[in-house]
Design a binder for this molecule. Structure first.
Ligand SMILES: *[C@@H]1O[C@H](CO)[C@@H](O)[C@H](O)[C@H]1NC(C)=O
Ligand SMILES: *[C@@H]1O[C@H](CO)[C@@H](O)[C@H](O)[C@H]1NC(C)=O
Ligand SMILES: *[C@@H]1O[C@H](CO)[C@@H](O)[C@H](O)[C@H]1NC(C)=O
Ligand SMILES: *[C@@H]1O[C@H](CO)[C@@H](O)[C@H](O)[C@H]1NC(C)=O
Ligand SMILES: [Zn+2]
Length: 957
């Protein structure tokens, strides 16, 4: 038994002695105590509720008011009856969350129904910083017996989704009438805005909703089946919903509307699988219904606990919401999604959205088990919920929808994203302490999604996919309806491993150590390989990888699963590691001798980077150029991603990096181009302030892309795979941005044909067509696309149109576009996107954007909802800095300083500092970059590149 398990077990016993609390909470709490916790952390723990009193059962009564109450429009009266128990002796204070406008009457009754006397001096207190409502009783509560706490309160609906809680949105229905709807988004800490509750995931309880509203609001849905309606005074109706399973408060939800309805359903399931949306999207959700049906079937099988067995009252509804602060939220029985991912029509929807929709529906369904049935006890291990959902979103989805090739896309979507993020000194471990709301929101990020999913895939490959499945089932079965933590998960994994003896090939390998390090230590390793071709000996060394070359590595050693192949073995399909490397350095022998390339981390399945000795790099580089198909495309992608990182960290020169990457001139594969485009973009962003040199670099990049552009063409081909369609989408978008002449011409022709001859644009190439049409077009083109935006019933196509409109060059048009973001036509969840599109659309647009910001900052702060958890105004003002040259930065900085108490000041100044660092890097390296591009280009490429360089220069002028 490893140390960490011993620690966990003994602490578990301590917790038991204290009382009947969820053990996990104590274990995790104590575990963190061992670290050097900065003193301020203790203050932050003040945000956490005591566990001395727990809720068992809630009845929640909400009376929702819309505009029929001019005295208090869009507000609600609420009351809760909560069955609670004290879990220890001498409890005289009940602490729960309430982030509502006004708390009214508070009453406590004992089991017999008699009122319990509250403290006569101070019966209740509110601590608004922590959202605490404290109720003081005169005599201590008797432990482990039921009391009923009654609280009356009032609150307002939020406007739009960004602040979560109970909020209202709008839509135009099929009769062209504007309608209002109200719904909820509670994850992670916003149930307390809707009703007083123990709003931390470990306090699982049963919830029963009772909702009244004007009788015209007939489209009403919640987590569970409705059990009855009653007509009230004033033409109002109340609906009761059946009890939920025991669950966390953030999973409670409802939606109230006049005309939302079931827009697609499969009633052969119990419960029926239903898609719910605006009435004028009826019949447009068949695609997403198929996703929900197939993925429900898959998970029923995989987890061994069918959806129908989770709880008899639960629904399996999927709501298409016109407004939503995130992509989707896994409320149990009623998932909500941003409409753009639900209303999909292959004729109207761009491939990247169709692609994402499948992984999203699968992700949210996976949460029904991983997240809802078992739940992270606290947000410091959000990664368990989000890591599994993200892993299954790609891996499970592949079983039902292989055409999307999700496991391949996993690499750029999750693994490479994580490798990029996790190489800074400020990164955090998967499991790390968070307390304040800002910290909690922050943990819903790259580490909890991308690194966690990558860690799980790496782990599945080590223990085998069968054992991994078994460990999932063990984990679920042992923790049904309970909060869980990393130790519960480790136990399930260890149990499955022992059952299957699945680590027998790795003698001496300690799985618990592997788990502890990857879960509780930050960062990841760089593996450096040196090969002796005469003996076949390969020396492996690892160090923690930092992208910043100025940083010293640490002495952290990571257990690394080793997979490799060689030119002679050439086996890129076997993904179980041949060795587990648990030391700083080791030597292994390959079975074949003689000179040949060797490649580690097959299909880039594990979370580390690889570098080689010079000779092996040369051999790989030659093979990439001359026999690219001899290396698996995911390893070609890995090499591109690693080479950029090695170049940036100054482990290889720019010259050598571009020498290896010269094979891209013959590459067409989507997965290889993904990291290539981000790498080239990274370099371009650093030489933006030297336009003539950037133009020369762009010409080189375009020459590299020429073959891919020609091969993919400008229209989808009959029967091509979604991945090929995706490749065309991103390559053409990038090529048109860089001014590729044919790309611009072909895109423009399509836009023109649409506007003038009403010839529809193929949905899969709309991104480059819209953007180019507006970039090259005039006011007529702009107004045409704007009118199409207003007519469209497809949120995904509308978003593409916004992206297109943001490419307007004319300051007046661009300003009118930016002004649109201050109106409700651009939904609040799209305001930041729309702002960014203006910056992305054209190099010089930042000037107009800056002026818009200066002229409208007060309104931007209000309309973009600066105080929402996503902090969109912080992001907007930071992003702006990244597009500026030095004179603009000076001006921007002066303007920021001149603003009184701008909350974004510090963030924006940081962004200005990094913009300067980026430019300095570019200035220092641009000549090396251009020299490298010249020497790595082959002869034919050179002439082409001269040609294009000239057109690009002309364009710049
Ligand atoms: C205490 O409350 C729970 C949850 O509502 C209920 O199941 C249980 O029967 C109650 N106990 C008693 C003794 O009433
Ligand atoms: C009650 O509300 C519904 C829906 O708005 C409306 O059609 C009906 O006329 C109202 N009934 C009365 C008595 O006001
Ligand atoms: C897409 O367009 C084709 C050709 O116009 C049509 O046959 C098909 O029904 C359309 N598909 C959808 C989902 O609207
Ligand atoms: C790859 O190696 C594995 C394990 O040695 C073997 O089972 C598999 O057949 C090999 N595949 C190919 C294509 O050689
Ligand atoms: Zn999720």
């Amino acid at each position: 038994m490893s140390n960490i398990l011993l620690v966990a077990l003994s602490l578990g016993l301590v917790a038991l002695a204290v009382g009947d609390h969820p053990l996990s909470w104590y274990r995790e709490f104590q575990e963190i105590e061992f670290e050097d916790v900065p003193a301020t952390r203790n203050d932050e723990r003040a945000y956490r509720l005591p566990t001395t009193v727990v809720p068992l059962d809630y009845d929640i009564y909400l009376d929702l008011f819309f505009d029929e109450r001019p005295d208090r429009p869009f507000s609600y009266d609420g009351s809760v009856d909560i069955v609670i128990q004290a879990k220890v002796e001498s409890v005289k204070q009940i602490v729960l969350h309430a982030n509502v406008e006004k708390v009214g009457e508070v009453k406590l009754k004992n089991l017999a129904g008699a009122e319990v006397i509250l403290d006569s001096e101070k019966s209740t207190e509110r601590e608004t910083l922590y959202h605490f409502l404290k109720i003081n009783v005169q005599e201590p509560l008797t432990p482990n017996v039921n009391y009923t706490l009654h609280i009356d309160y009032t609150n307002k609906m939020n406007e739009g989704p960004m602040k979560r809680g109970i909020w209202r949105g709008w839509y135009i229905d099929e009769n062209n009438v504007e309608r209002v709807y109200a719904t909820t988004h509670f994850q992670p800490y916003n149930a307390r805005q809707a009703f007083p509750c123990w709003d931390e995931p470990l306090f699982k309880a049963v919830f029963k909703m009772h909702i009244s509203r004007p009788s015209g609001y007939t489209g009403i849905f919640s987590n569970t089946v409705p059990t009855g309606n009653s007509l009230l005074l004033n033409n109002r109706t109340s609906t009761d919903f059946a009890a939920t399973p025991v669950m966390s408060s953030y999973l409670v939800t409802f939606l109230v509307s006049e005309t939302f309805k079931v827009i697609a359903q499969d009633t052969s399931f119990k419960p029926p699988i239903r898609i719910i949306g605006r009435s004028n999207t009826y019949g447009l959700a068949d695609h997403v219904l198929e996703l929900a049906v197939k993925m429900t079937e898959f998970f029923d099988n995989y987890f061994g606990i069918p959806y129908a067995k989770l709880h008899p009252n639960l629904l399996n509804d999927h709501v298409s919401s016109p407004d939503w602060a995130s992509a989707g939220t896994e409320n149990w029985g009623m998932v909500s999604y941003r409409e753009l991912y639900m209303i999909i029509n292959k004729n109207e929807t761009i491939m990247s959205v169709e692609h994402y929709a499948a992984t999203l529906v699968s992700h949210e369904l996976a949460h029904k088990w991983f997240g809802n049935l078992i739940t992270c006890y606290w947000w410091s291990n959000t990664w368990i919920n989000e890591g599994y959902a993200s892993y299954f979103g790609y891996i499970a989805t592949n079983a039902m929808f292989p055409q999307y090739e999700f496991p391949d896309h996993f690499n750029s979507r999750y693994l490479q994203t994580s490798l990029a993020f996790d190489s800074s000194p400020s990164t955090v471990p998967l499991n790390h302490e968070v307390n304040t709301p800002l910290q909690v929101t922050g943990h819903f990020g790259t580490i909890s999604y991308s690194k966690a999913a990558s860690f799980l895939r790496m782990t599945a490959n080590i223990m085998s996919l069968e054992t991994f499945k078994e460990s999932c089932q063990y984990f679920l079965m042992a923790n049904l309806y309970k909060p869980t933590d990393q130790f519960d998960l480790l136990k399930a994994m260890n149990d499955a491993i022992v059952d299957d003896n699945s680590l027998e090939n790795y003698p001496g390998f300690n799985f618990s150590d592997y788990y502890r390090i990857w879960v509780n230590e930050p960062g990841y390793p760089l593996l450096t390989v040196k090969i002796n071709y005469d003996t076949g000996d390969m020396t492996l060394e690892q160090e923690r990888f930092f992208l910043n070359p100025a940083l010293e590595t640490t002495d952290q050693v990571y257990p690394i699963p080793i997979t490799y192949t060689t030119r002679r073995i050439s086996n890129f399909t076997y993904l179980r590691p041949s060795h587990m490397m648990t030391t700083r350095s080791t030597v292994i022998s390959k079975p074949t001798v003689g000179e040949e390339w060797v490649i580690f981390n097959i299909q880039q399945q594990a979370h580390y980077r690889v570098s080689y000795d010079q000779r092996n790099w040369e051999l790989i580089s030659d093979a990439l150029l001359n026999r690219p198909d001899s290396i698996h495309y995911l390893n070609r992608a890995q090499i591109v991603d690693d080479v950029f990182a090695l170049m940036r960290s100054e482990r290889i020169t720019i010259q050598f990096a571009l020498h290896i990457l010269r094979f891209l001139a013959k590459e067409t594969n989507n997965h290889v181009w993904e990291p290539a485009i981000s790498g080239f973009n990274w370099m371009r962003a650093r030489i933006r302030h030297i336009p003539e040199k950037q133009a020369e670099f762009d010409a080189y990049v375009l020459a590299q892309m020429e073959h891919a552009i020609t091969t993919l063409g400008f229209e989808p081909k009959e029967g091509e795979s979604p991945t090929v369609t995706t490749a065309r989408q991103s390559i053409l978008h990038f090529a048109c941005l860089l001014g590729h002449e044919k790309c611009v011409q072909e895109s423009w022709d399509r836009f023109y044909d649409w506007r003038v001859n009403q010839k529809p644009v193929n949905s899969r190439v709309r991104r480059n067509v819209y953007v180019t049409g507006i970039r090259e077009g005039d006011v007529e083109d702009f107004n045409f696309l704007l009118s199409k935006f207003r007519e469209s019933n497809y949120a995904n196509d509308q978003l593409e149109m916004l992206r297109g409109l943001g490419a307007a060059k004319d300051p007046e048009l661009l300003t009118s576009y930016l002004k649109l973001t201050l109106t409700k036509e651009v939904r609040s969840h799209d305001k930041l996107n729309t702002f960014n599109y203006a910056l992305l659309g054209n190099q010089d647009n930042y000037k107009t954007v800056m002026q818009f910001v200066k002229d409208n900052i007060e309104e931007i702060r209000i309309k973009y909802i600066e105080d929402s958890p996503a902090r969109p105004v912080h992001s907007a003002l930071s992003n702006l800095a990244g597009y500026m040259d030095e004179p603009a930065l000076v001006d921007y900085e002066a303007w920021l300083e001149s603003q009184q108490n701008l909350p974004q000041l510090a963030t924006a100044k940081n962004a200005i500092a990094s913009a300067r660092t980026n430019m300095a890097w570019g200035t220092a390296n641009v000549d090396k970059i251009l020299e490298a591009t010249r020497s790595s280009a082959t002869k034919t490429v050179t002439s082409l590149f001269m040609l294009i360089a000239m057109t690009v220069l002309l364009r710049v002028i």
